[in-house]
Design a protein around this ligand. Sequence first.
Ligand code: BTN
Length: 265
Amino acid sequence: MEPLTREAIAAHLGTRWLGRALHCFDELDSTNTTAREMAAAGAPDGTVVIADAQRRGRGRLGRAWVSPARKNLYVSIVLRSDVPAERLAQVSLLAGVATCEAVRELCSDAAIKWPNDILVGGRKTAGILCEMDASGAAPLVVLGIGVNLNSAIDDFPDELRDKATSLQLARHGLAVDRARFTAQLLTRLEAHVDVWRRRGFAPIATAWRALAPLIGRRIHVQEPGGDVVGTALALDDDGALRIRLDDGAEHRVIAGDVTVVGGYS
Ligand code: BTN
């Protein structure tokens, strides 16, 4: 496939501030790492870093993100918001909403799985890694988004083949125009960040709930400290998932992997 270029993305981009500084690379270790370095060197709010391939793509919970060349989208965005640590999850939920909406344009059954995995046909097609850097004078957030647009099944390692997919696979082989998709995603992201900065988390939480058919469902959560089973009750404002355990107690899940008992749809 063609490399993803600044010009091709700019031709479709409808943003005011996000992506004014937009850098495309052939290959990086991780777009999140480069975005953090650029931010440390003074890159402005809304700087976008894209790579056609990543040597060390990072996922949540210390996992790797499979990043084959010229097929998918690997993007990181610098947000110069003074976000208190307890509101950081709001930014990644916001990114999940923007990503799910962009994916729905192409696959109408896309849904969010807590916290912000995007599933199509029950398989993961996008993930978000939101990192905060408080080491400089002004704290900042780097929002990393990976979307499997045109991966073939062989691009995934064996252990992911029944859990992951790409939009091309979900669309029976119809390839996705990466530049158009990228512009769509960035445009939606800017709109949601604007709303969040003006009006706070409530409108984002409402949009998230509409895209995540989870509340009221029976779920199994693998948490770093062990597994729990219960019924999903609500999304809290700090991004935690509140659940009712079988003994009646309430429990807040801060980090972990959710499986919906009986399948997610
Ligand atoms: C997850 O585990 O679901 C999060 C995956 C995040 C992957 C993206 S790809 C662009 C950015 N750079 C990285 O190294 N990771 C994120």
